[in-house]
Design a protein around this ligand. Structure first.
Ligand code: IDP
Length: 137
């Protein structure tokens, strides 16, 4: 089942020089392809669309401030079961609870600054890809 997912390397990953390390892990999975890639700063409107489901939660405002604190790398990744697969590579939201070997488990300690976003379902992937890569067919 070939799928498409949205991945964001968050500002902490870019600042810490982990772009290559994280993209390398994604590239090394057999058969997955990076089909779009962009370094960009996210404005408030984009973040509100992307994280709208969290609006009103205590972590929302600091999350938006963090996500606009520096550039992110946005990627489209395509391949076999890539939505579930990138979520597995990333690990759970809390990096301390994430297993060593996962991206968050290997490099993170702070829940907010957990290095990577990956769409969590086909529905989210379609919605998020439209926000970040509206030109995709
Ligand atoms: P996910 O990124 O693992 O799918 P979500 O629940 O969708 O997790 O949360 C979005 C992002 O918001 C997380 O990746 C993390 O950066 C931040 N976040 C979530 N929960 C908390 C929290 O309790 N404290 C601080 N930041 C949080």
């Amino acid at each position: 089942m070939s799928q498409r997912t949205l991945v964001l390397l968050k500002p902490d990953a870019v600042r810490r020089g982990l772009i290559g390390e994280i993209i390398g892990r994604i590239e090394r999975k057999a058969g997955w392809q990076i089909t779009a890639l962009e370094l960009r700063e996210l404005d408030q409107e984009t973040l509100e669309l992307h994280y709208g489901e969290h609006k009103g939660k205590p972590f929302y405002e600091p999350l938006v401030a963090f996500m606009s604190s520096g550039p992110v790398v946005a990627l489209v990744v395509e391949g076999e079961r890539v939505i579930e697969g990138v979520r597995a590579l990333a690990g759970p939201t809390d990096p301390i609870a994430a297993a060593p070997g996962s991206i968050r488990g290997d490099y993170g300690t702070i829940v907010r600054e957990n290095l990577i976003h990956a769409s969590d379902s086909e529905e989210s992937a379609i919605r998020e890809l439209k926000i970040f890569f509206p030109g995709l067919s």
